[in-house]
Write a new protein. Structure first.
Length: 335
């Protein structure tokens, strides 16, 4: 082979090697850029909104998974909302995304967690397993799903001195942007709630909430143009229910509004299945209220023809609860 031919081949090999090195360098730079995006999106999902005084910190942050996956690992996560006086801390965080899709994140979070508010509310929690996935866009969350197994939580108010212990076999939280609206669904499966120091024996229950809040999709993205949160908003309760098992179901549905003071208004449908079973269960758990429970259940049954199930119109007028549109039965305090 002539010297000129060998020289030409060598030049092509060198050019190919240089191209490979350049591609690797660009890919590596892209990987670290995607890793930084993953960190930003993950912390945003946990509440970070620096423009609104909310900060989130990922202690001992490390990136893993190169070259095909991206993983953000933290030894501890803290979130602080200086404007509202809320702070929260969590255990270790492990998150991951495909390098070609850093906006689709799966993550796990360890306990224990602690949340404190400026009005004296303290919540501590531990769980067996917490796994979540989220889809982000433009630095905010578009869709999120979280499953928590074996949740055990203690809720204490320093203002009232009241404390509650909450245990939930499985918790599911789903949220998504639906155009300009926010859809949210929560399920608390096999829940035990105990009020410390009170003679209350709340039966085990499963709670379900499925709601839409109009014009509040931005809350999931991490911003609120009005700055009022849920105050002054309107929405739809598709289902807000409690199930004691064996067909003992109570559910509420209908349109609802929250005014600027946090008071509720709306026209709702209340459905109760197996009124007799509800009466027996609640009377057994709250014997001191047995007479009141018996009277209420008989009235409920009478209003719907004496059957074992009922469907009633319930009106909320700035927190006041009216059955049938005119019978006042109580009041819901401002949120």
């Amino acid at each position: 082979m002539a010297a000129s031919s060998r020289s030409g081949v060598s030049a092509k090999i060198l050019a190919l090697a240089a191209l490979i090195v350049l591609v690797i360098a660009l890919y590596t730079a892209g990987w670290f850029y995607a890793a930084a995006t993953l960190k930003t999106n993950t912390l945003t999902a946990l509440g970070k909104q620096q423009d609104h005084g909310v900060t989130a910190d990922c202690a001992d942050a490390t990136y893993r998974g190169y070259p095909f996956r991206i993983g953000l690992f933290c030894s501890k996560v803290t979130v602080d909302d200086s404007a509202k006086g809320i702070s929260a801390s969590f255990g270790a965080l492990r998150s991951a995304a495909q390098v070609y899709a850093p906006n689709h994140i799966v993550w796990e979070l360890d306990g224990p967690s602690e949340l404190r508010t400026g009005n004296g509310l303290s919540v501590t929690a531990q769980w067996a397993d917490l796994q979540a996935s989220l889809q982000t866009k433009a630095g905010g969350v578009e869709r999120s799903s979280t499953v928590i197994k074996g949740l055990a939580s203690a809720i204490t108010s320093s203002q009232t001195g009241q404390a509650f212990d909450l245990k939930v076999e499985q918790t599911e939280v789903h949220a998504r942007q639906n155009g300009a609206d926010l859809d949210a669904a929560v399920t608390l499966r096999n829940t035990d709630l105990v009020a410390r120091g009170l003679p209350l024996q709340i039966p085990r229950f499963t709670a379900v909430a499925d709601v839409t809040v109009a014009g509040k999709a931005g809350l999931l993205e991490g911003h609120d143009e009005t700055g009022t949160g849920l105050y002054g908003s309107k929405g739809e309760i598709r289902q807000l229910g409690v199930d004691l098992g064996d067909g003992q179901i109570l559910s509420i549905s209908g349109p609802i509004a929250i005014d600027e003071q946090g008071r509720l208004s709306g026209k709702l449908k209340l459905e109760v299945q197996k009124i007799g079973a509800w009466r027996e269960r609640l009377s057994g758990n709250f014997p001191q209220l047995a007479k009141t429970i018996d009277t209420a259940s008989r009235m409920l049954s009478a209003l719907t023809g004496g059957g074992d199930s009922a469907r009633l119109d319930v009106t909320l007028n700035r927190g006041k609860i009216l059955v049938g549109g005119f019978i006042a039965v109580g009041e819901i305090p401002p949120l």
